[in-house]
Design a protein around this ligand. Structure first.
Ligand code: SF4
Length: 69
């Protein structure tokens, strides 16, 4: 199963906790004050970090979704 990472930039308010937890996945657009995705697939080795980033995001802007599910 391939997991995809979704980032809802309308919800994101730039707290940047996701960048600290998973710096290989999230970056911050300084001009917009919002996170950006560096990749939108989530390989197994990043699952823990991305799951934690999603859980810790104060605005619930990060979601992990399965392909076709
Ligand atoms: S933790 Fe959530 S609100 Fe903060 S920058 Fe990341 S996506 Fe945006």
């Amino acid at each position: 199963v391939t997991l995809n990472i979704l980032l809802d930039t309308r919800r994101c308010s730039g707290f940047a906790s996701c960048l600290i937890v998973a710096p290989s996945v999230f970056d911050l657009d300084e001009a917009e004050g919002k996170a950006v995705l560096l990749r939108d697939d989530c390989p197994p080795e990043l699952l823990n970090r991305v799951t934690q980033a999603a859980r810790d995001c104060p605005t619930g802007a990060i979601e992990l979704v399965g392909d076709g599910g």
